[in-house]
Design a protein around this ligand. Structure first.
Ligand SMILES: Nc1ncnc2c1ncn2[C@@H]1O[C@H](COP(=O)(O)OP(=O)(O)OP(=O)(O)O)[C@@H](O)[C@H]1O
Ligand SMILES: [Mg+2]
Length: 261
């Protein structure tokens, strides 16, 4: 069965002055799939996330989410449409508890008004109960319940990354963008993260686009991989095809560097 892509990038280009960080990249993420975006340092991977989430404006090309252009949308609108992300450098409220980190993200979907919150009207209390339950349930799914009262800063690094994913999930995304979620993790933590990605994909009906340098993770969970090198597409296809592509092997293992498209 041919499932329509949830995200499509068409001829995407981003220039920073004289530097072309992303050069005519076309790729798609299948609805319900896990796609990998890989490439050496500086290849343009995070820039692509910043373009998708509206942090950077596109120089040329198109980005379609569920068949509609999101080029003119602001970052908060794109999050509301259902695209949320984690960051290469973890962004948490370091001095808040693990639970409050998730609760603040859950509040983004709160249905009470400022007035109802200010005067503590009944709807505020009803909604607060629902949001707290949602935060508890997300922490449970992500295996963080027993650390709920810890200050985020005191979590081991690998669990801080997991907490960031929990916060992104709290916004009820249809598409989750993960920027190097396994960075700094040991092989056991990476293995657990892979299983978790599969679980949340199913339980939350998600599509996932993941940037990662851990090839075990990429090869283990992705059904499709797009490889970038110096902003250009080097390869695109199923994991086995990409892994055996001589251009990809060359880019990763060194030798003559390919410096232009
Ligand atoms: N805001 C910016 N202004 C100028 N240049 C930028 C900006 N953001 C990124 N770049 C440049 O664009 C290129 C691609 O950067 P990007 O962060 O997308 O790479 P990456 O593939 O995510 O690398 P890494 O694996 O190291 O995270 C780099 O040369 C980088 O210096
Ligand atoms: Mg990056």
């Amino acid at each position: 069965m041919n499932v329509a892509p949830i995200l499509e990038l068409k001829g995407l280009t981003k220039r920073f002055g004289g530097l072309t960080a992303v050069n005519d990249v076309s790729m798609s993420v299948r609805e319900g799939g896990i796609s990998g975006l890989i490439g050496p340092n500086g290849a343009g991977k995070t820039t692509i996330f910043n373009l998708i989430t509206g942090v950077y404006k596109v120089s040329e090309g198109a980005i379609e989410f569920k068949g509609k252009s999101i080029l003119d949308r602001e970052p908060y609108q794109i999050a509301n449409l259902g695209i949320t992300r984690t960051f290469q450098n973890i962004r948490l409220f370091k001095n808040l508890s693990v639970f409050d980190n998730v609760l603040t993200a859950c509040h983004m979907s709160a249905k009470y008004s400022l007035l109802e919150s200010f005067f503590r009207l009944p709807r505020f209390y009803r909604e607060e109960v629902i949001l707290r339950k949602k935060a508890e349930s997300l922490l449970d799914v992500m295996g963080l319940s027993d650390r709920a009262d810890l200050t985020a800063n005191n979590l081991p690094y690998g669990l801080q990354r997991r907490l960031e994913i929990t916060r992104a999930l709290a916004l009820d995304p249809a598409l989750l963008l993960l920027d190097e979620p396994a960075a700094g993790m040991n092989p056991d933590e990476t293995e657990q993260l892979m299983r978790l990605m599969e679980e949340i994909r199913k339980s939350h009906n998600l599509s996932i686009l993941v940037i990662e340098h851990h090839m075990d993770l990429v090869m283990g969970v992705c059904d499709h991989i797009h490889v970038l090198n110096f902003g250009c597409t080097l390869a695109d296809g199923p994991p086995d095809d990409v892994a055996n592509d001589p251009k990809v092997v060359e880019a990763y293992l060194g030798g003559e560097e390919i410096k232009s498209c």
